[in-house]
Design a protein around this ligand. Structure first.
Ligand code: PLP
Length: 438
């Protein structure tokens, strides 16, 4: 759970070395998959101490698991946080992250242009089942954020690079709003990854991830992570954040913000959050994700460079009416990409519009041969989807357009193949689609 690797090392080195040490008993160089539910105590005193959080140790894999703990250390090191808590999926990170901060009747503010799954979770289940009200705000009008903050507001939630609209918000601006209001800024850094953007460097307090995407990187393992920046002064705002600043059940005498100086929030998320909500990550998934993360810098480079080439190519294609990608100077978010993302890269996810509308969209998806038609992003393979007929099919036309997923929109996640082959595949599919329509 804790970050112990010195952060003077470069990102590429941390991606390989942090978290994963050779096994002290066997010398095994690859992390062990601890497929164990529970852990034998040395004696009754040891058991009592571990239960009371007086000494670190493993009790039960719902709360901590040695394989998952290695992944947590790697993610904390790469983000520059002080601790992390891994979960079963990206979407369950929001539930874990918020449960430490919110109570029924509380409010939070988020941008409108978010991953569809998060927007739906905030709008429906969080309000209906938990009484957490989300005020959605236009990311292009950041001033509106201030007006939505009330005494009950407990956090601000944004994506560093939004899926699929490609919004890159002015992170420092949002960090300042959060700081002035005495509440944490939570940034979903799934699409950018810490290789392109480190939200903690710009004032974020908490970072969340779907590790399903670029971290695991090969479309092979679901997972999520909540990272503690270790910077938010919970005690200064003690009345707002009672979970962290007063005693909680099961841990008599413990006050997380007082007793765990380095990563109180990550400690709470394990000891209380995972204990009570149970969205722990499985050790096999943690193993696969760690393996993927060793090549994160190499893959993010290839993803980002390929995406710029393919996006430039599409922006000149006769069948394409527009391309929305923060990696191109035509994007309103290009400036923020230059400011917040390594080399101005904008990851590999973008949308474009077809002159032929809905039918051209479905025809393109049917005729690609290398691109895989599926609902994921951040895979080594290039992926394609027509949101209006799939992920966003349930919305009204108006809602689709507001979400950036109108009838003509195609979403791609560019993989690490040779970009020439990807362009040739799109070209033949666009031609076939056009011939069929004629
Ligand atoms: C996919 C995604 C999630 C949800 O993650 P799952 O692993 O699918 O549960 C959250 N945020 C963003 C930005 C995503 O792309």
């Amino acid at each position: 759970m804790k970050k112990t690797t010195p952060s003077k090392l470069q990102f590429e080195t941390l991606a390989v070395h942090s978290g994963t040490k050779p096994d002290p008993v066997t010398g095994a160089t690859s992390p062990a998959i601890h497929q164990s539910s529970s852990y034998v105590f040395r004696d009754t005193k040891h058991a009592a101490n571990v239960f009371a959080l007086k000494e670190p140790g493993f009790i039960y894999s719902r709360v901590t698991n040695p394989t998952v703990a290695q992944l947590e250390e790697k993610i904390a090191a790469l983000e520059g946080g002080t601790g992390a808590t891994c979960t079963s999926s990206g979407l369950s990170t929001n539930l874990l992250a918020f449960s430490a901060l919110m109570s029924a009747g509380d409010e939070f503010v988020a941008t409108q242009k978010l991953y569809g799954g998060s927007a739906g979770q905030f709008r429906d289940t969080f309000s209906r089942s938990f009484g957490w009200t989300c005020h959605f705000t236009d990311p292009d009008k950041p001033e509106d954020f201030k007006r939505k903050i009330t005494e009950k507001t407990k956090l601000i939630f944004i994506e560093s690079l939004s899926n699929p609209q490609g919004v890159i918000p002015d992170l420092e601006f949002y960090a300042k709003i959060a700081q002035d209001a005495g509440i944490p800024l939570i940034v979903d850094n799934t699409v950018a990854t810490p290789y392109l953007c480190k939200p903690f460097d710009y004032g974020a307090d908490i970072v969340v991830h779907s590790t399903t995407k670029y971290f695991s990187g090969h479309g092979q393992a679901m997972g999520g992570a909540v990272v503690d920046g270790g910077t938010f002064d919970w005690m200064k705002h003690a009345k707002k954040f009672l979970q962290l600043t007063t005693e909680v059940s099961g841990y008599r005498g413990v006050i997380f913000a007082r007793d765990f100086k380095e990563c109180p929030y990550a400690m709470y998320n394990h000891a209380v959050g995972l204990r009570d909500l149970g969205m722990n990550q499985q050790p096999m998934n943690a193993y696969l994700t760690m393996l993927g993360m060793e090549t994160l810098p190499l893959r993010m480079r290839a993803h980002s460079e390929n995406a710029i080439k393919v996006a430039e190519y599409l922006s000149k294609h006769e069948a394409v009416s527009w391309v929305s990608f923060a990696g191109l100077p035509s994007s309103p978010y290009y400036k923020n990409a230059q400011k917040y993302m390594r080399n101005g890269w904008a990851s590999s996810l973008f949308t474009f519009g077809l002159k032929g509308g809905y039918n051209a969209g479905t025809a393109l998806v049917e005729n690609v041969q290398l691109f895989r038609h599926l609902a994921n992003i951040g895979d080594t393979h290039s992926l394609i989807i027509h949101p209006a007929s799939t992920t966003h099919a349930q919305l009204t036309d108006e809602q689709k357009i507001a979400a950036g997923c109108g009838p003509d929109v195609i979403r791609v996640s560019i993989g690490i193949e040779a970009p020439e082959d990807l362009m040739a595949d799109l070209d033949q599919a666009l031609k076939t689609a056009k011939a069929k329509a004629a």
